[in-house]
Design a protein around this ligand. Structure first.
Ligand code: ARG
Length: 610
């Protein structure tokens, strides 16, 4: 990533290190931004920490150095002249602190304004990537875990796109057994037996027939809430042995391709999908569905290939694969000859690597499935279908996340029922934002459409941000009051800050495009400099967020940016009417642009006035 300040500095230090210790090989420059956390901001912007390591390597050898500080001093003396650096100083046991040149910072921000923020994007060395996310199960509840997967997955896809991956597929690997052609679904072909899972289909179909003797009347509106429908049918199933028997027969009829049963099943699938779509539409997420059933025809072939490679063993009649470091085997074919979640993922990964030629496949699910994916990838490595080196392409990564909790610290549930309808949850966020928006006196002249659009942007944005700002591995507590507060680290606060910046520019009455062409940035005030530096650090922060696929890193950056702008720059530097007006308007514009890029990456719709 050529735009990264950190990398550019590291290159300069590399030159100095070569001159300082010419006989040492592989001395990698250790350069990092000073942060409040490392206690270093007072002394410099960046720090080079090579001296101590070099000293311990050199100890005992005949050199002119007397200790880490003298090595640090030599590193400083050997730095090639550079426009980047204003000054260097030595601290503690040999740390080299670097103060960047404020002109160099100003030029960097200015160049972004003229060339566009995409010049700050890194370039991943791959062309085709996939994020497998959301992936709810047909005819079952789409729960908050799927919501988390949807929010995180879409952001990761956006991050890959910004990293110039040509094709990023958003794949919905829905659990849709039974929607396939009957030949694939039939007992003979793939040996799918009437197990508990498939039995649910029969149960739902029979209940559908009971509720709608005339099948033409089945529709989404007629069924209303699929979850309630599911619950009611489960009650029937548990209470009435005669109903249970019919459900079992329904499965056989469905599998044998009976048109009436197939149609009923398709109706149930359609209603399920319509419900998922409502969530996707609100979140502005578009996925490409290729459900589990798609891979059924590929399963036998893939297992046969693995068998030929000597990976498949018999275990009590089941066909299993052992992988390194895990004492339980992966079950590829069940004892009854049926396939399972693993069988499908073996086939789908094979398909993705060989047919879709993907170079990076990212799976986003709760951490509960970590072992599943660990075993899957290990099996592929054993087969030689994925490189031994986990970081080499083609690469597979499982992105796990923690639970969503309620205020009581338990799994998130709504008050009325055990499950939360995601659509209701999102609508509630929007409704609350709308109420808050209408209470503001600035909105009195807004059109109905503006109110709607803005409350959607803030409401859905708040739900997304509350999720993304937490390190994904930790559980988080779902709390409307917290996520919709206009203070603190929330989307509401950030969207307001952005809107305020836009209004400063608007109210100045100046043509910002004109200033972009003719004006230039000066960073004489320390808070101007602080803001400029933080803006310039976007590329390296983005890179860090990408290398660990951690959207929370981006959120931290965005929040700090808003804080520096509001609490430092805007509080201490007058913009409109000051002698520095044009430079400061450019800083406002640059801040708004970087904020919008962050919003975009986080899937949040920006708001321009409030
Ligand atoms: N349907 C699964 C679930 O609801 C998630 C599927 C994830 N993707 C995959 N290729 N296994 O938990």
């Amino acid at each position: 990533n050529p735009a990264s300040v950190k990398r550019q500095l590291a290159q300069i230090f590399e030159v100095s290190l070569k001159a300082t210790v010419p006989d040492e090989e592989d001395v990698v420059p250790l350069v990092d931004a000073c942060t409040a956390k490392t206690g270093g901001v007072k002394f410099g912007d960046y720090q080079c920490n090579n001296a101590m390591g070099i000293w311990s390597k050199l100890k005992g050898k005949e050199t002119g150095f007397r200790g880490p500080p003298s090595i640090g001093q030599a590193i400083i003396n050997n730095l090639p002249p550079s426009e980047m650096i204003d000054s260097c100083s030595l601290a503690g046991p040999g740390f080299v602190n670097v103060v960047l040149s404020k002109n160099w910072i100003a030029q960097g921000v200015q160049r972004m304004l003229s060339d566009g923020i995409d010049t700050w994007a890194p370039r991943l060395p791959i062309r085709r990537a996939m994020v497998d996310f959301s992936s709810p199960n047909i005819a079952k509840e789409m729960h908050v875990g799927h919501l988390r997967s949807t929010i995180i997955g879409d952001t990761l896809a956006r991050m890959l796109e910004f990293s110039r991956v040509e094709l990023v597929t958003r794949r919905n690997h829905v659990g849709d057994w039974g929607t396939q052609e009957s030949s694939h679904f039939g007992i003979g072909t793939i040996g799918l037996k009437v197990d508990a899972f498939v039995l649910q289909f029969g149960m739902l179909i029979e209940y559908l027939f009971e509720k709608f003797p005339n099948q033409e009347n089945v529709s989404e509106t007629a069924i209303g809430d699929l979850q309630a429908f599911y619950k009611a049918s489960k009650l029937r199933f548990d209470d009435d042995p005669e109903f249970k028997l019919r459900a079992q027969q329904a499965v056989i009829l469905l599998q044998s391709g009976n048109p009436r049963y197939r149609k009923a099943w398709e109706q149930i699938c359609d209603i399920s999908r319509a419900e998922f779509d409502k969530v996707y539409q609100r979140l502005g997420v578009q996925l490409e569905e290729m459900g589990e059933s798609f891979y059924n025809p590929y399963i036998p072939g893939v297992i046969e290939q693995l068998d030929k490679l000597g990976l498949v063993e018999d275990s009590d009649g089941a066909r299993v694969i052992y992988v390194e470091g895990v004492n339980i085997p992966l079950i590829a074919v069940k004892r009854d000859g049926g396939y399972n979640y693993f069988s499908t993922d073996l086939a789908s990964l094979w398909y993705r690597l060989n047919k879709e030629k993907l170079e990076w496949i990212v799976y986003v699910t709760d951490i509960g499935q970590q072992q599943h994916f660990d075993m899957l990838f290990k099996a592929f490595r054993r087969a030689g279908w994925l490189p031994r080196n986990e970081n080499a392409y083609p690469k597979c990564t499982h992105i796990g996340f923690g639970l969503v909790l309620g205020d009581d610290g338990k799994r998130f549930r709504s008050r009325s029922s055990e499950v939360v309808r995601l659509v209701d949850l999102l609508d509630e966020a929007k409704r609350r934002c709308k109420t808050a928006l209408l209470e503001r006196d600035t909105t009195s002249d807004w059109s109905e459409e503006e109110i709607e659009k803005t409350s959607e942007a803030i409401g859905y944005g708040a739900v997304k941000y509350a999720d993304l700002k937490i390190n994904r591995l930790t559980n988080y507590t779902f709390n409307f009051d917290q996520m919709l507060s206009d203070k603190g680290n929330t989307a509401v606060y950030l969207l307001y800050a952005h809107a305020r910046i836009c209004s400063i520019i608007r109210k100045s009455g100046k043509d910002i495009e004109e200033i972009k062409k003719n004006g230039y940035i000066v960073l004489d005030h320390e808070d101007e400099r602080l803001l400029g530096l933080h803006l310039l650090q976007f590329p390296e922060v983005f890179e860090e967020a990408c290398s660990n696929l951690l959207p929370s890193v981006l959120c931290d950056y965005l929040y700090t940016l808003a804080e520096i702008f509001t609490k430092k720059f805007y509080s201490n530097c007058q913009v409109v009417g000051s002698p520095e007006e044009s430079s400061r308007l450019l800083l406002c514009e640059a801040t708004a642009i970087v904020m919008r890029k962050c919003f975009y990456l986080l899937g949040i719709e920006p708001v321009y006035k409030l």
